[in-house]
Design a protein around this ligand. Structure first.
Ligand SMILES: [Zn+2]
Length: 399
């Protein structure tokens, strides 16, 4: 990394702005706040107007924290509160793995004009967000990502006539997280999780409703569906009776997500794809979109993350998707929301290349999700891209 020369703050006003969203647009300070403007103007208290001008941030502290980015890290559950299948999962051979993270990134940006400062601030915050949201295989990888983002921030700021100061020398940018550590995000093994999926699909409420969805779809050609909801955490096998319904569309079913004990905690939905296609990117990203609601309610976050799934059925195909890796899915969701049209175009292009929508889904999101399909024996088995790069059943060890 190029050696960076720290820039002295001198007697500049320090305004600590923790996140981009907290930054008020400059126009709000000045022009939209009409009452204070008129007050200043009519009373000719010019000095107080000036004081307001002095409050404009000449230097901002950019501070991006991993904990805020990845809220709701898994906590270690006690075995007593777990469902039968969870015990099997815990009894299965544990995977010991560790990874490195960059828990926090910061830097100081200063200079004028203020519009340029805000613009550069936004770009740096976005690049810092990416670094703290990622996981790295080695400490060197984490360090490289940290230093590259700092170097790029410095280059960008100076190219725009601003000053940038990275954190001091004593700052340790990397941290190792291992299985069992607070904040460690487990990658869910599909061969272990399939036991839980099979357990779920033994539920008579779900079996009957899924049949109703399939028959209604075959009769009309429209999509049908319902939500999988429970009224308390830890009771995944006592689903509420949610009536099967339709939007009256051949390619749309609107999920109604709720997260409370009265109308239910929604841990998934079943809906049909009349053409037999695999879950769409929008279906998959619904799981992370709804996580935001769960996180804002700040209750049952682990329950949601451990149990959410999406079931997509037709007369011929039955798929269930779960989240394998929340961090990877979060990054993919950011790409999706940044340009949905481009993402869906790319998906359609992959689906046309062979292997259909299932192959496109595995190519795009295979690292983020576990995808299960019902086999000829009526059992759900994980799917992967096989030797010929086409979807195939993954061969699992017997537990
Ligand atoms: Zn769908």
């Amino acid at each position: 990394m190029k050696k960076l020369t720290p820039i002295k703050a001198r007697d500049m006003a320090y305004l600590v702005l923790k996140k981009r969203l907290n930054l008020p647009p400059p126009s709000q300070n000045y022009f939209l706040n009409r009452l204070s403007f008129i007050f200043c103007f009519t009373l000719l208290v010019i000095s107080s107007c000036r004081r307001e001008a002095e409050l404009l941030p000449k230097m901002v502290k950019i501070s991006v924290d991993r904990k805020k980015e990845l809220k709701g890290a898994d906590k270690i559950a006690t075995i007593n509160s777990l469902h039968k299948t969870d015990k099997i999962i815990l009894a299965a051979p544990p995977k010991v793995n560790c990874y490195y993270i960059v828990p926090h990134m910061e830097g100081y940006l200063s200079g004028l004009p203020i519009e340029v400062l805000y613009e550069v601030n936004d770009i740096i915050v976005a690049s810092f967000n990416e670094v703290v949201s990622s996981r790295y295989e080695s400490q060197q990888d984490a360090l490289n990502a940290f230093q590259t983002a700092q170097y790029n921030a410095f280059q960008l700021a100076t190219s725009k006539g601003l000053n940038y100061q990275p954190p001091g020398q004593q700052y340790e940018p990397t941290e190792q997280l291992c299985d069992g550590d607070v904040g460690f995000e487990r990658v869910v093994d599909p061969c272990i999780q399939k036991l839980k999926i099979r357990d779920m699909m033994k539920d008579t409420v779900l079996i009957n409703k899924n049949k109703e969805v399939i028959y209604s779809t075959l009769a009309t050609g429209d999509e049908y569906g319902y939500e999988q909801k429970v009224q308390s955490f830890g009771s995944t096998n006592s689903y509420m009776n949610i009536p099967v319904r339709t939007d009256g569309s051949t390619n749309k079913f609107t999920m109604k997500f709720t997260w409370n004990a009265t109308t239910g905690y929604t841990i998934g939905d079943t809906h049909s794809h009349p053409t037999g296609s695999a879950p769409s990117p929008a279906d998959i990203f619904g799981m992370i979109k709804n996580l935001t609601t769960v996180e804002s309610s700040d209750t049952g976050i682990d329950f949601y993350k451990n149990n959410v799934s999406i079931t997509v059925v037709s007369g011929s195909e039955k798929y269930i998707a779960t989240v394998k890796d929340w961090t990877v899915l979060k990054t993919a969701y950011a790409q999706y929301t940044a340009n949905m049209d481009a993402y869906n175009r790319d998906y359609a292009k992959l689906a046309a290349e062979g292997g259909g929508t299932e192959n496109a889904l595995l190519k795009k999101l295979g690292n983020a999700i576990n995808l299960y399909k019902e086999n000829s024996a009526g059992k759900y088995e994980p799917r992967e891209r096989g030797a010929d790069d086409l979807p195939a059943f993954k061969i699992c060890p017997e537990y």
